[in-house]
Design a protein around this ligand. Structure first.
Ligand SMILES: [Ca+2]
Ligand SMILES: [Ca+2]
Ligand SMILES: [Ca+2]
Length: 255
């Protein structure tokens, strides 16, 4: 009697082979997906970094020019681009309440002007500024030179960032590092009446209000803080800070 034997796999062997195959395929797939999502994350991060760096550079380079006038004026106090009532660099808390901050204050809106066309005259399109408006950074494009500066209103501001791409969560302009020196000091007079001597604290005109006729010099330093996240993935976020020393100091005779 001859037995008819068949060669091949038993059902159990087949099932083990299929299971092993599946596990190899799935581990390869998991590895691929991890690499893929890692690359997508890296790409999103670098796009956000690039956008924010560009925006920061635009703000830093422009704010640095604040107060520049092409005309030679008889005194620094006569510079039309440094007029505290209309054109000088100023920080407001935000566009909604639009409140002017003190010389060392901070807020999410900054206004300034400079002589872009170099004719010595303050033109409507030389009134600049940046503000945060509902997650979007805007730049002031025009204004009325004779009017008091304002961070409110629409129509004179253009969007610099795309709400579909990123949501700007923080934009702060801080003047905390600015300094004000009163040219009157030292004058051998105890102006603050605090300690009976003419001390160095009286030189700081942010700390002690200057008197009529005093000439003060302000060096303005703006610390810009910017934070943003991707609109479609809030886990991708970053923040950066940069300092700007405004080149033109504010010199004025106090009223
Ligand atoms: Ca001009
Ligand atoms: Ca004094
Ligand atoms: Ca004193």
């Amino acid at each position: 009697m001859q037995t008819n034997r068949q060669c091949g796999f038993t059902l159990t062997e087949l099932m083990i082979t299929v299971a092993l195959g599946m596990s190899v395929i799935s581990s390869v797939l998991i590895g691929y997906l991890a690499t893929y999502s890692g690359s997508v994350n890296t790409l999103a991060n670098s796009k956000l970094t690039q956008e924010m760096t560009t925006l920061m550079n635009v703000m830093v380079e422009d704010i640095r020019r604040a107060g520049y006038s092409n005309n030679t004026v008889s005194t620094a106090a006569a510079n039309p681009f440094n007029d505290t009532a209309t054109t000088a660099l100023a920080v407001f808390n935000n566009m909604a309440s639009n409140t002017l901050q003190a010389g060392t204050g901070s807020g999410s809106c900054i206004l300034y002007s400079y002589d872009r066309d170099q004719d010595g005259v303050v033109d409507a399109n030389e009134l600049f500024g940046f503000r945060l408006n509902a997650g979007v950074v805007e730049m002031r494009t025009t204004g009325v030179p004779a009017n008091a500066p304002t961070c409110a209103g629409v129509g004179q501001w253009a969007e610099l960032t795309d709400a579909g791409f990123m949501n700007v969560t923080t934009l702060t302009f801080s003047l905390a590092a600015s300094e004000c020196l009163n040219g009157r000091e030292p004058d051998t007079v105890d102006n603050d009446g605090a300690n009976g001597v003419d001390d160095v604290a009286e030189v700081d005109c942010y700390a002690m209000a200057p008197a009529t006729g005093n000439i003060t010099v302000e060096t303005r330093q703006v610390t810009i803080t910017l934070a943003a996240e991707l609109t479609n993935d809030a886990f991708v976020r970053m923040s950066m800070t940069q300092n700007v020393r405004v080149r033109n100091d504010m010199v004025r005779i106090r009223p």
